[in-house]
Design a protein around this ligand. Structure first.
Ligand code: HQG
Length: 179
């Protein structure tokens, strides 16, 4: 029950920090940060619960640190649909990256490549286990696509790696999907 509570809370925090800060009256700075106290007030939650979510999160979805003014602040590490600039530097990806999705999306992806949808970037995983977990969020059979990240990088596609290890890029043209 405690775990379920924390997962629910993590989802509410993700929604507020990635997609819909307005709805709870929250203002994010250009890099996606907001004071921890503002989030506590907006979601009407206790500091101990927030700390438990941040520390216990399976995916390290949130970063908490003091700003230049010393005020403790929080942001989501990735997954935003509101415009924020996380300031992630370009990074050289591993040779191969993976994307887990539903079999029902396969034909469309093979034709038009991977699109970022509502988010800022296409999200890619460094290993197949993680890709499988991502794909399993969708209905239907999970498929794991292998991406020739080395070729993409060589051709000038820019990659970033989020603080919690998700690989991000603008789009994956179908020609870089292997097998
Ligand atoms: C699919 C979670 C048809 C794509 C995860 C995916 C991740 C296409 C869906 C993060 C397509 C978008 C992101 C095309 C892409 N035709 N379908 N051409 N191109 N798609 O949720 O990667 O738990 O925006 O395959 O762990 O599933 O929230 O992206 O199924 O890291 O922290 O369109 O969200 O993180 O779905 O997941 P999403 P995603 P959190």
């Amino acid at each position: 029950v405690e775990r379920e509570h924390l997962v629910k809370l993590s989802k509410r925090m993700s929604k507020a920090l990635r997609h819909d800060p307005d709805r709870v009256g929250l203002v994010l700075d250009p890099a996606g940060w907001t004071p921890v106290d503002a989030l506590l007030a907006a979601l009407r939650i206790e500091r101990a619960d927030l700390d438990a979510v941040v520390a216990g999160n399976d995916k390290q979805r949130f970063a908490v640190e003091p700003g230049t003014d010393g005020v403790l602040r929080i942001r989501a590490n990735q997954g935003h649909s509101v415009p924020v600039d996380l300031g992630l530097p370009p990074a050289t990806p591993p040779e191969r990256l993976y994307h887990g999705t539903s079999a029902s999306a396969l034909e469309s992806i093979r034709t038009t490549g991977l699109h970022r949808g509502g988010r800022h970037h296409v999200h890619l995983s460094a290993d197949t286990e993680t890709a499988h977990r991502v794909g399993a969020r969708r209905a239907g059979r999970v498929v794991i696509l292998t991406i020739d990240a080395a070729a993409m990088a060589a051709d000038g596609h820019v990659f970033h790696r989020s603080t919690n290890g998700v690989w991000l890029t603008d789009a994956v043209p179908a020609s870089y999907l292997l097998d």
